[in-house]
Write a protein that binds this ligand. Structure first.
Ligand SMILES: Cc1cc2nc3c(=O)[nH]c(=O)nc-3n(C[C@H](O)[C@H](O)[C@H](O)COP(=O)(O)OP(=O)(O)OC[C@H]3O[C@@H](n4cnc5c(N)ncnc54)[C@H](O)[C@@H]3O)c2cc1C
Length: 474
């Protein structure tokens, strides 16, 4: 990029807000989906809505495409620059702007880290319910873009259920306020449609977040099973008994081994599977539900049911669950986290399909996932230096998604389509469906200069990929 243009950007965000050095730029060449890489020409780091507006207006004038980025923890290549030379990062937009506990909301800049929100109101007994396992790093802007979930989605819902309003800078620099501080707004729900648009409508600069009361009490269990089917049957039986736990998470043997090696919380490394089940709510209601759950676990031949005795034990269990994907790094040089969803009664079928696919492609695949939601996360282990093995990972991933669709599920439970799954969109949508959705995008982003070549397959691929792009169909 020419120096005069860089100087114009630096005049807006300050010289330390523009990254143009090749080595520094390499940090931005992928997100958590590392199978495809592409380095931006420039990264711009504004601090305020005003700076975002000025940067975007300049890019609009010069007709330069750009890609928004939060913390880069995405798992579908959503912030990968594809024919978008400029990346707009929100890491310096990290201020909580306003807290109103009486009306139970907070206004936070897009780069505020998810966990900071709950931490800011914890001592007053409040929380922000969506808690992706990446919550120590991922940002509110990224959560809004992906409509992120997390372990407690089962009871509390996903990001869209907890974001009352968003401020969005459109690709021509206009600022729009969608939603507000109350639940019901007149007209079309443009807030709702922006949440989950994967950064293809514009840059979210701030969001109004719903705060809820922390539950009065918890019961958190680790339940150990000899086999995966015993664990999945328990999941179905708990829900069938009319109990909606706050969380119902599962890990198979491979993931138990990785987590135990990393955190030493006492997970039995010979177990076939463990469930982490959490109940929350009023203290008075929890013991009867606990009894019911214990009985269901016993009926399904649970080897052990460990009830966390205090907050420290509960925290240790959640720490190991939320860091489980990271712990997979102990098992292989690389891993690819898949994300699909099936009706929860089909969890045993999808796990059986994953086992078959693992066998067929001779790949080790661990499973750690939101079992109560039917949201699977197979972790495919590989070594990217082995290109033949990497190809097998791509094929196996596609087959897992096909199996999800065949079982009545879908391509993503929470990580989005990004670049990773564009080629599979036609498993669910007709060309007419996709055309209709791109027409919706065009209302916000008519020239498709904000995060182009995402979600919908196009004849264009990545600029600089390690693995050839899959054939596109639209
Ligand atoms: C270990 C691990 C565990 C995870 N666990 C979960 C989980 O439990 N639940 C879950 O849902 N996800 C999970 N994820 C995925 C990921 O953390 C989420 O998708 C998260 O919301 C991404 O946030 P981010 O700030 O890192 O966004 P990025 O990765 O930087 O970007 C993600 C997408 O959002 C867009 N974007 C970012 N900021 C903005 C903005 N301000 N305006 C417009 N668009 C923007 C980007 O263009 C991109 O398309 C996990 C990831 C990891 C690595």
């Amino acid at each position: 990029m020419d120096t005069a243009f860089i100087a114009q950007l630096a005049a807006i965000v300050g010289p330390d807000g523009v990254v143009s050095n090749k080595t520094a730029l390499s940090v931005y060449d992928c997100d958590g989906y590392t199978l495809e890489k592409s380095t931006p020409d420039l990264v711009v780091l504004p601090r305020s809505t005003g700076e975002v507006v000025a940067v975007v207006k300049l890019l609009h004038k010069e007709k330069i495409a750009f890609v928004p980025r939060g913390a880069g923890t995405g798992l579908s290549g959503g912030c990968l620059p594809v024919e978008a030379p400029v990346m707009i990062g929100t890491s310096r937009m990290n201020k909580i702007l306003h807290i109103d506990l009486v009306n139970r909301y907070m206004v936070a800049q897009a780069g505020v880290v998810n966990l900071w929100v709950s931490n800011a109101v914890k001592s007053q007994g409040f929380q922000y319910a969506p808690d992706p396992s990446s919550q120590q790093a991922c940002t509110i802007g990224g959560n809004v873009a992906e409509n992120s979930g997390g372990p407690h989605t089962l009871k509390y819902g996903v990001t869209t259920n907890h974001v009352l309003g968003v401020e969005l800078v459109l690709p021509d620099g206009e600022v729009v306020q969608l939603g507000g501080v109350v639940d019901d707004v007149l007209g079309y729900d443009l807030r709702g449609i922006t949440i989950g648009a994967e950064g293809t409508f514009g840059i979210v600069t701030q969001a109004t977040l719903r705060l809820t009361r922390q539950p009065q009490a918890y019961r958190t269990f680790l339940v150990v099973f000899e086999t995966v089917p015993q664990a999945t049957q328990t999941v179905s039986d708990v829900i069938a008994a009319g109990i909606i736990p706050a969380a119902l998470e599962m890990m198979d043997n491979l993931m138990i081994q990785a987590v135990e090696a990393a955190f030493h919380v006492g997970f039995p490394t010979d177990a076939g599977a463990v469930l982490i089940i959490e109940l929350d709510g009023l203290e008075a209601g929890l013991d009867p539900q606990t009894k019911k759950i214990m009985a269901i676990c016993e009926r399904n031949a649970a080897r052990e049911v460990r009830l966390a005795q205090d907050e420290a034990e509960r925290t240790a269990l959640w720490k190991s669950r939320k860091r489980a994907i990271g712990a997979a790094g102990r098992l292989a040089p690389n891993y690819c986290t898949q994300d699909g969803v099936v009706p929860r009664t089909k969890v045993p079928d999808i796990l059986a399909a994953i086992a078959r696919i693992s066998e067929k492609y001779q790949l080790r695949i661990g499973n750690v996932f939101h079992a109560g939601d039917g949201n699977i996360h197979p972790i495919l282990l590989f070594d990217e230096r082995n290109t033949e093995e990497t190809e097998r990972v791509l094929k196996a991933g596609r087959e897992i998604l096909q199996a999800c669709v065949d079982l009545g599920g879908s391509l993503t439970g929470e990580h989005g389509i990004g670049v990773e799954k564009m080629g599979q969109m036609s498993l669910i949508f007709t060309p007419e469906d996709m055309l209709a959705m791109t027409q919706v995008r065009a209302v916000f982003n008519p020239e498709n200069r904000c995060n182009p070549h995402k979600i919908f397959p196009t004849p264009h691929g990545c600029i600089d990929t390690r693995v050839p792009r899959r054939q596109a169909s639209l």
